[in-house]
Design a protein. Structure first.
Length: 100
């Protein structure tokens, strides 16, 4: 979905306090706010579709790490293709997607 990063502001903790508290509590903590607290700001959001990524049939067996990595790479490539195909029409032509 393109546009959802404009709906909220997120607090980024450069000191690592939230990271340490999150690890101690074993839950991910993050703080965000919109127009009125948890209510998002009004913004356009665009849903785009890319190529279908079909996983191989496993027939009840557990996938290997190599199979998981290969499927993950195919999924990320599909997301990148969908973004690059539609970003100009949605007003994000100046943005480059980066996976971290």
């Amino acid at each position: 979905c393109m546009g959802n990063t404009e709906a909220y502001h997120v607090l980024y903790d450069g000191c690592g306090i939230m990271k340490n508290v999150s690890r101690a509590l074993k839950v991910s903590l993050f703080f965000f706010w919109g127009k009125f607290g948890p209510i998002p700001r009004r913004t356009r959001m665009y849903t785009t579709y890319g190529p279908i990524v079909v996983p191989p049939a496993l027939a009840g067996k557990t996938p290997t790490l190599e199979e998981i990595d290969e499927m993950h790479a195919r999924l990320l490539k599909g997301i990148q293709i969908a973004f690059d195909s539609h970003k100009d029409a949605c007003g994000y032509g100046h943005v480059d997607m980066k996976f971290t």
